[in-house]
Each structure stands twice: as structure tokens, then as C-alpha cells.
Design a protein around this ligand. Structure first.
Ligand SMILES: [Zn+2]
Length: 141
């Protein structure tokens, strides 16, 4: 981790503290461009927006995919107060963001939370693979 990495991570932690003061979860992120300039900052608004997807990492990934070309996105670094969850990691990968630096790991975050049963969903399929291929025919050519 470079001194700039540390400075940007500390900014993410400042944003996390201010998010909590506004009634949101204490999580925040920022995206830094290839030239080292901060492009955008965001904090968790799950509670205030009543939106389970309002994680800061997802907001930044959506912004990057919308606003940056792939080469620029690949040169960006996301600094985030906690390790991205599975939802956000998937979005980050799809956005083309090149690097993520986090301050607290998922295991470390979990250790700070009260115990809770794991969240699971039953996935069933593939159930109609031949029919499901019809709308995809020729799409990827
Ligand atoms: Zn997340």
C-alpha cells in the first residue's frame, strides 16, 4: 500500500463516519482515476433510501460503467471502508474497475456484528435449457 492508497482509504473511513451521522450504514467508498484524482465518492444509503442495493461500491461501479471508457475504468482504483460484498464485487468486475483497496476484511466486519444465521437461497436449474437458448440465438455473434 502506497502513501496515496493510505490517504484515500482514510478518506473512505471519514465518509463512513459521516454516513453514520446521517442515519446510514457506516460504509463508504471513493473512486480514483488513473491520474490520481478523485472521480466520485459515495456512502451507504440502504436505510435512508430503503434500497438493499444502495452500497457505495455498487454506486461507484454503476457510475464507472456509465461514465468511463474501458481503458480509463481499468486504470481506476476503488478505495472502500470494507471489503466489497458479493453483489458489489460482481458489479465492480462488470464495470471494468481495475483495482480495489479495502480497509477492513469481510471476516473482520463479521466479527464486529452480532451473530446472524447465514442468508441462503435455493437455486434450481437449468430447467428449460433448450427453450432458454432460443432468445440467445445469434446474440453473441
Ligand atoms: Zn456491497
Amino acid at each position: 500500500m502506497t502513501p496515496d492508497d493510505e490517504r484515500h482509504l482514510r478518506r473512505a473511513l471519514e465518509l463512513a463516519v459521516s454516513a453514520r451521522a446521517t442515519g446510514d450504514g457506516p460504509f463508504a467508498s471513493l473512486l480514483v482515476g488513473p491520474d490520481g484524482q478523485v472521480l466520485i465518492e459515495a456512502h451507504n444509503t440502504v436505510d435512508v433510501d430503503n434500497d438493499i442495493t444502495a452500497h457505495p461500491e455498487l454506486k461507484l461501479a454503476r457510475w464507472a460503467a456509465r461514465e468511463l471508457d474501458l481503458d480509463t475504468a481499468a486504470g481506476t482504483t476503488m478505495y472502500t471502508s470494507c471489503q466489497p460484498c458479493g453483489m458489489c464485487q460482481g458489479a465492480i468486475e462488470r464495470s471494468g474497475i481495475g483495482r480495489v483497496v479495502f480497509a477492513l476484511s469481510t471476516a473482520q466486519l463479521t466479527a464486529l456484528k452480532p451473530p446472524a444465521p447465514p442468508k441462503t437461497v435455493r437455486l434450481e436449474g437449468p430447467s428449460l435449457p433448450d427453450e432458454a437458448g432460443v432468445p440467445l440465438a445469434g446474440y453473441y455473434l
